[in-house]
Write a protein that binds this ligand. Structure first.
Ligand code: SF4
Ligand code: SF4
Length: 147
């Protein structure tokens, strides 16, 4: 009878002096681990152009059907991207689109504060998807090295 009680008190005592693993969100921000799968981002070239060539493979492999790729052809006859959009309300952050991309043009970013009051704001187009990504070293690192 006394032994289980002492065992319980010992466990409590051990944890009493450990650093808490909880944080005071939103005042304190959580730092995601390196392989965290947050909001999808479009990676860009040094000139700021998306690397996406509009092949549509990510759109086809997406199990939630939340990606829409509209390709176009530029003046030189090269296939390029007219618009890329994703509906974050439907995305399950599986990362299959990143795996499927043949040119490493997309990556799972580290952004996780994605709540919106209006669901139409969760549909992000090319500009919204590429802006923060191109400034983020972590986003650049994820796509090419994950393959
Ligand atoms: S992470 Fe998964 S669900 Fe989200 S867009 Fe990519 S393939 Fe679709
Ligand atoms: S992101 Fe990759 S897979 Fe998707 S359309 Fe662009 S090039 Fe193709």
């Amino acid at each position: 009878m006394l032994k289980p009680l002492l065992n319980g008190l010992w466990v409590t005592l051990k944890h009493f002096f450990k650093k808490p693993i909880t944080i005071q969100y939103p005042e304190e921000k959580w730092t995601p681990p390196e392989r965290f799968r947050g909001r999808l981002v479009l990676l860009c070239s040094d000139t700021g152009e998306p690397l996406c060539v509009g092949c549509g493979l990510c759109e086809r492999i997406c199990p939630c059907e939340c990606i829409t790729v509209i390709p176009t052809t530029n003046d030189n006859g090269v296939r390029t991207l007219q618009n890329y959009s994703i509906d974050l309300m439907r995305c399950c952050f599986c990362g299959l689109c990143v795996e499927a991309c043949p040119v490493n043009a997309i990556a799972m970013g580290d952004e996780y504060e994605l709540a919106e009051y209006h669901k139409e704001k969760s549909v992000l187009n090319t500009d919204a998807l590429k802006a923060p990504a191109c400034k983020s070293e972590s986003c650049r690192a994820i796509a090419p090295e994950s393959k």
